[in-house]
Design a protein around this ligand. Structure first.
Ligand code: XLS
Ligand code: CA
Ligand code: CA
Length: 444
């Protein structure tokens, strides 16, 4: 075992006696919320890429973070660098006490000179990760393939005009899907960052849609062929890096899956910052997914309303997350999903332990939001107000409308002969907002 990377011991649960070192303010894995342990509700995951694989560079400047396994070390001995990175990653998971992590193939292991060599590197590093998972009890929430970084994917992976790029992507996905399965991963994510276009002048939209559907159905078939029982997830994002991404938002993916007969094979990995990039709220995207039985997992982060980019900041708004968690609780929880911190430090956060503090704050925010969400469920005002608002649909007119024998003419005749004059009723928005605030301020 190498020297510790961080300067911090394990963060103690909120319920423990105060003492030395860091302690969560709210998060306590064993604390019961609505009869379920906090850890089992939230299923927290640390992501490998932002925390360990990025040097903190931006488009105007080079890396600022202290990640000794990157740069020259990685160039000199890529596998040794990947091992040092793995040590630091599992050290952070242990400090935080988070039960899950997530990776891309190229986060865990360096690319080789050929697809075969890349696969061998990935399998070797997966063996080492598996040993660390056995040692620490940390589990894999999801694996994924990086189908966007290499120049070969500049015009997309599945949607590339060159079919050899499609098969290259197939090779990468096969390797990571099998490794994810071997490590007991609970989900597999497909994020199509370059499955879109920069200009319609050179793009055949219809053909690219068919290519994407073909790719997704091959992935689903392979999942069944190898006996992987985890959930396949597609992650919506409207743009960035492409001008337009096909997996624009939850509704666009839903329509696409439905059109191609794939709706039973995939769920959604909803990311907060992608929701806001698409012009929706995070609450909207989660409510859409829950409402259509498509919620798979969550990438927890936030954007910055001042610049509108995919800034991937650590979440810190209890208000925003309480409403999201309220939808998740109402929908019966996360299933195989979890809350993955797809978030990175600001470029000026250069202390190693900034990574620990960022996660601690985000975890406490989620824990507090969970308590508020459960209180909103228990309070019942939102649910009963909504039920009351639609109560007419349980009555004779509502039932008649959905009766298969109804026609536009039969409904019109009934409206004319009964001469009913429906009156507007208040949507009570402000009262409901006050109700949410009351629970936010008082929930314990
Ligand atoms: C990028 C995406 C990416 C996916 C996994 O914006 O969030 O990190 O989650 O490929
Ligand atoms: Ca993400
Ligand atoms: Ca993002």
């Amino acid at each position: 075992m190498s020297e510790p990377f961080f300067g911090t011991g394990p963060v103690r649960p909120a319920g423990d006696e105060p003492g030395e070192g860091l302690q969560y303010e709210v998060y306590d894995p064993d604390a019961l919320v609505g009869g379920t342990r906090m850890e089992d509700h939230l299923r927290l995951a640390v992501c490998y890429w932002h925390s360990f694989c990025s040097p903190g560079a931006d488009v105007f400047g080079s890396g600022t973070w202290d990640r000794p396994w990157l740069g020259e070390a990685a160039a000199a001995d890529p596998m040794a660098a990947a091992e040092a990175e793995l040590d630091a990653a599992f050290e952070l998971f242990t400090i935080l006490g988070t039960p899950f992590y997530c990776f891309h193939d190229l986060d865990l292991a360096p690319a080789g000179d050929s697809l075969r060599e890349s696969r061998a590197n990935l399998e070797a590093m997966a063996d080492q990760a598996g040993a660390k998972m056995d040692e620490t009890g940390v589990r894999l929430l999801w694996g994924t393939a990086n189908l966007f970084g290499h120049p070969r994917y500049a015009a997309g992976a599945a949607t590339n005009p060159d079919p050899d790029v499609f098969t290259h992507a197939a090779a990468q996905v096969r390797a990571v899907l099998e490794v994810t399965h071997r490590l007991g991963g609970e989900n597999y994510v497909l994020w199509g960052g370059r499955e879109g276009y920069d200009t319609l002048l050179n793009t055949d939209l219809r053909r690219e849609g068919e290519q994407l559907a073909r790719f997704l159905s091959l992935v689903a078939e392979h999942k069944h062929a190898i006996g992987f029982t985890g959930t396949l997830l597609i992650e919506p994002k409207p743009h960035e890096p492409t001008k337009h991404q096909y997996d624009h938002d939850a509704a666009a993916i839903h329509g696409f899956l439905d059109r191609h007969g794939l709706v039973d094979e995939f769920k959604l990995n909803i990311e907060a910052n992608h929701a806001t990039l698409s012009g929706h709220s995070f609450h909207h995207e989660v409510a859409y997914a829950v409402g259509h039985g498509l919620l798979g997992s969550i990438d927890a982060n936030r954007g910055d309303p001042q610049n509108g980019w995919d800034t991937d900041q650590f979440p810190n708004s209890v208000e925003e997350l309480s409403l999201v968690l309220y939808e998740i609780l109402r929908g019966g929880g996360l299933g195989t999903g979890g809350f993955n911190f797809d978030a990175h430090l600001r470029r000026q956060s250069i202390d190693r332990d900034d990574l620990v503090h960022a996660h601690v704050g985000a975890i406490d925010t989620l824990a507090r939001a969970l308590i508020v969400a459960q209180a909103l469920v228990d309070d019942g005002t939102l649910a009963s107000t909504r039920a009351e608002r639609y109560a007419g649909w349980e009555g004779p007119t509502g039932q008649a409308i959905f009766d298969p024998s109804a026609t536009l003419a039969s409904l019109a005749d009934e409206a004319e002969s009964a001469d009913r004059r429906p009156q507007p009723v208040s949507g009570r928005q402000e009262r409901l907002e006050n109700e949410v605030n009351r629970v936010l301020w008082t929930a314990r």
